[in-house]
Each structure stands twice: as C-alpha cells, then as structure tokens.
Design a protein around this ligand. Structure first.
Ligand code: 4GT
Length: 257
C-alpha cells in the first residue's frame, strides 16, 4: 500500500487515475490518494492563493502561507496516524527545475509508504517553500506545462504499476523494469495473426524454444537501442555475448536494409 498526499488547486484532474491498472490499484486499496487544496487554507477573503512576482515580470506566483499550511496539514495527519515522529513522508515538488525522473528513481520511490506531492500552477511556487518544505524536486522532462498535476499523475502511474500486487501478471512489470534499469529499450511485441498483409511474426518467436526466444529478444533490445537511442548504450557496458548479438544484428541489417 502506498499513500499520496496531493497538494493541488485542481484535485478533480486526478480522476484520470480512476482507469486501468491505477484505477484497479485504488479499488484494491493498494493505492490511496488524499487531496489538500491550498485554496482551503488561504486567509484571503477572496480566496486568493497567488500574487504578483517581486521584481516584476509577467505571471503570478503561488504564495507561501496557503501552500505551507496545506503541506503541514498533510504532515500533521500523518504523524497523528503513525504515532512515530521519526517517519516523516518525503515532500516532492514537480517542476522543470527538478532532476530528470528515470525508471531507477521511480523504483526507489515505489518503496516509500507515503509521499507528499506538491503541484505548482501559474509561474510556480514561492522559492521559500522549496527551501523549507520540499525534500526533493523532480521533472518529468525538459518541457514546460501549465501545471504540475499532469507530472504528478505520471509519477503516480509509473510508481503504481511497480507495486507487487498491482498487475494481473506479476512477471510483466518486473521484466520490463529489468530492461529499463539495464538501460535498453523493450523488444518488439507481436500477437495473432501470424501473418497480416504479408507482414510475418519473426520466426524465432514461433519456435517455442525459450532459450532462442530470450536470445532473440535480447538481440532486438540491443539492436533497437543502438538504432533509436544510441546514447543509452554509453551508460551501459556490454558483455561478450551482448557484443556478439549486437554485431550480428547490425550485420543482418546491412544485408537486408
Ligand atoms: C513542467 C514540469 C512540471 C510544470 C515537468 C510550476 C508552475 C510548474 C507550472 C508547472 N512544467 N511542471 N512538473 N517537466 N509546470 O516536470
């Protein structure tokens, strides 16, 4: 079971997590989402949670007080329920200024019992919240969104599919995370029919020979990575068998381009 406390002005956006594996995980009690809306913590009579930026320039900034009070409300509920002041959940701010999330990061976060995710809006949040209230800052990619909610949902989705009981087939996430933590792309997948419009399923997959299938898949993972994302191979050393398989892949490709 993993719990997320979501600090957001738009809790209804998270309804997209009611579908598929993540929806099932919620219904099965493997995943719990709780919402804390900074709007409910503002002291402003008009309900404002943002203000203009010191130094000028366009756009508004989320103010410290409503945000910090919402985070603290989540922390207080946690310490009241756990009774242990030493296990404070991590607070995470999702922003383009964070370190890039990888499958490795996701695997590490998946072992936490509870995470507090802070979703920014407007131009972002007051820097003093990041300094005082945030433990880790993560980005989902080098591009800018109108809010942190979609990034938060991506993080929750990626973590949830790794929870041991979250999948119908417990092998599948494990297998795939293996190829990812190995810095290789997934191998190609095929299903019935065996032939369509003259396109055939590769012979090796029809052989029923598990060793041959495993070898073909590793070769495809190596070859596709070399073709599509060669930079990934720089972060990974190849063993003798992998070097042979990759050379064979490249050779075959040169024979029938
Ligand atoms: C990009 C990302 C993110 C945004 C990302 C603060 C106001 C941030 C809008 C928010 N954009 N959030 N987490 N690449 N935009 O992860």
């Amino acid at each position: 079971m993993i719990q997320f406390d979501l600090i957001t002005l738009f809790p209804k956006m998270f309804k997209s997590l009611d579908y598929g594996i993540v929806g099932r995980a919620q219904k099965a009690g493997l995943l719990q989402l709780q919402y804390w809306n900074p709007r409910d913590y503002t002291h402003d009579k008009h309900g404002r949670v943002d203000d203009t930026s010191y130094g000028g320039g366009p756009g508004m900034v989320m103010q410290v007080q409503p945000l910090r009070d919402a985070i603290n409300a989540a922390l207080h509920r946690h310490s009241r329920e756990s009774g242990n002041p030493d296990d404070k959940p991590k607070t995470i701010y999702l922003s383009p200024q964070g370190k890039l999330l990888t499958q490795k990061t996701i695997e590490n976060l998946a072992s936490e019992k509870k995470l507090i995710l802070v979703m920014g809006r407007y131009e972002g949040i007051d820097e003093r919240v990041i300094e005082q209230d945030i433990d880790e800052e993560w980005s989902i990619g080098n591009y800018v969104l109108s809010g942190g909610e979609l990034a938060g949902m991506i993080l929750i989705d990626a973590i949830t599919r790794l929870l041991p009981e979250a999948l119908g087939d417990p092998e599948s996430a494990h297998q795939e995370s293996f190829s990812h933590s190995n810095n290789l792309l997934d191998y190609p997948h095929y299903t019935r029919p065996e032939e369509i419009d003259g396109q055939k399923v590769p012979e090796a997959l029809l052989s029923g020979n598990h060793k041959a299938i495993e070898k073909w898949r590793l070769q495809q993972s190596l070859g596709k990575t070399w073709l599509k994302r060669p930079e990934l191979l720089k972060d990974r050393s190849l063993n003798a068998q992998e070097i042979i398989l990759l050379h064979e892949f490249i050779q075959k490709m040169r024979n029938q381009p």
